[in-house]
Design a protein around this ligand. Sequence first.
Ligand SMILES: Cc1cc2nc3c(=O)[nH]c(=O)nc-3n(C[C@H](O)[C@H](O)[C@H](O)COP(=O)(O)OP(=O)(O)OC[C@H]3O[C@@H](n4cnc5c(N)ncnc54)[C@H](O)[C@@H]3O)c2cc1C
Length: 567
Amino acid sequence: MPERRRWSVVRATALGSSAGRPFSAVSRQENLDRLAQDTFDLLIIGGGITGVAIARDAAMRGLRTALVEKDDYGSGTSSRSSRLIHGGIRYLEYYQFKLVFEACRERRIMRRIAPHLVRPLPFLYPLYRDQKPAPWKLRLGLTLYDALGLFSNIQRHRWLDPSEMRAREPLVSQRGLLGAARFYDAQADDARLTLVTARSAHLHGAVMANHVRLVDLATECPDHVGACLIDELGDRQIEARSRMIVNATGVWSDEIRAMGDARGEPMIRPSKGAHLVIKRERLGSNHAVVFDSPSDGRHVFLIPWGDLTLIGTTDTDYAGDLNRPAASLEDVSYLLEAARHAFPASEIECGDIISTFAGLRPLIAAPGGSYGVSRSHEIKDSPSGLITIAGGKLTTQRLMAQQVVDHVQEKLASTYGHKPGRACCTQQPLEGTQNGHPPAGVETNPVWESLTDTYGRDAALIMELAQENPVLAQRISPDGNHLMAEVPYAVQHEMALTVCDVLVRRTRVIHEEHGGGLSSARAVAQLMAPLLGWKDSEINRQVSDYASEVALAQGWRHEQRSWPRRA
Ligand SMILES: Cc1cc2nc3c(=O)[nH]c(=O)nc-3n(C[C@H](O)[C@H](O)[C@H](O)COP(=O)(O)OP(=O)(O)OC[C@H]3O[C@@H](n4cnc5c(N)ncnc54)[C@H](O)[C@@H]3O)c2cc1C
């Protein structure tokens, strides 16, 4: 069999093909035609977690649904979070019991419907003399947290005395240690959760297109809203028609609202949060650990992520380019100082940092422009008919989607006389997120574990591709566990269209390897080229785009070099 044909094996058992059409680059091309021809009940702008969750919900209820995303699924905030699916214990301090109750319920649902992606994560919250809250207060709060989770979380919280705490996390600061609370939340790869939700929407019939930008809205039409779209990869312009349009563009929401209603008050106040990525062995942590920054007392989290640890996050007002948030040297110094203070014996330093990433919280602006701690969401109708959903969390996206689609159905009924819509049914398992089993003859090893963590039951399909072709059995980067077989899989089953789509979001090579895996980018582009019809010039462009993403993640190092040296 010729090489190209072998890579393009699309098995009948493969997830993406169960609805007849795989979630692939080819389907996207067909979807562009459908966007130009059909009239939809609902067009969603924005393919972050909020938008794709709405698309899934609407498609499952039988609405004619389409979604466009200007870059890639999850490329905005939804691939740059702390990756926690959590009740949000700290919101108890602000008496936000409803928010915590809802988030705990969503955590339970997400663990049930996406078990390979949403995994339990034990937390330790050490407390020190002279630190707030007092231990009794923390224990009371955690009892309430257990109660709001209906006592059905993975385990109830426990109090550890200093010696037990020391045994579990030997590098945590011991000075003045009074003990620690141990409790559970969950974690998930945000980019992959977004992707599998997008793919689920596709499987239920939604017309999904990444790398398609909304550039204008025509709100004067009598029986629909017109959306002027541009295919960012092909320069094609499309006039799409939909009865309802939902703006799920996170920190870009005000830009879209201005297209329909130039007089609207700004709704969003972006806040930047940065993370550091270091090798897990440097801090040896077995738990997520919550600690206070010595400079301002804010909570900072240390979050285990496979062989890595994430340290985050900051929370600063942001007025820069929404498309290119990055960790600054100031962010890096703040987080390093906090981690060194909490783990003094580790002596971590700049040289330990493998990568950084930063995201923008789409916080709701309060009157006067201030914002509080709340991460609640808001659904707003514009006079033009546009519906905007903003705020919220990764954890609560399913619930947010349910509320938006309920609202859309009410408006379809009142404006267009649609029959009352169906009830939400998104508590069904997310397709493909069940744990995978190795194909015959494949032993469980770190590569298999990485595959099954990433792809659930489709891991076996990727392993088979690797077994058939030695090129695909090679690792994407020598130190990592990702295989080249993931590259054609990403194009053919996960609608990856650029090298960044593959190395930043389908896999997390950019943050897992020193140097961002840049040396592998050309080989990845060459594997994608026959599947996407790229010539040499396009391969070069793809490599250079990826280099620019890597430079962004490593940009703080240049600030460091340009610092004046001490005399
Ligand atoms: C640092 C940080 C840590 C966080 N940690 C957590 C956490 O641990 N747990 C948790 O539950 N939540 C967390 N959050 C919150 C969570 O990540 C966000 O609430 C969520 O990702 C927002 O998703 P979204 O879909 O609304 O926005 P986005 O993911 O930003 O999606 C909006 C999309 O709209 C697209 N778009 C914009 N303009 C256009 C256009 N003209 N045409 C087409 N598409 C367009 C963008 O490209 C983008 O992909 C965190 C957030 C940050 C910043």
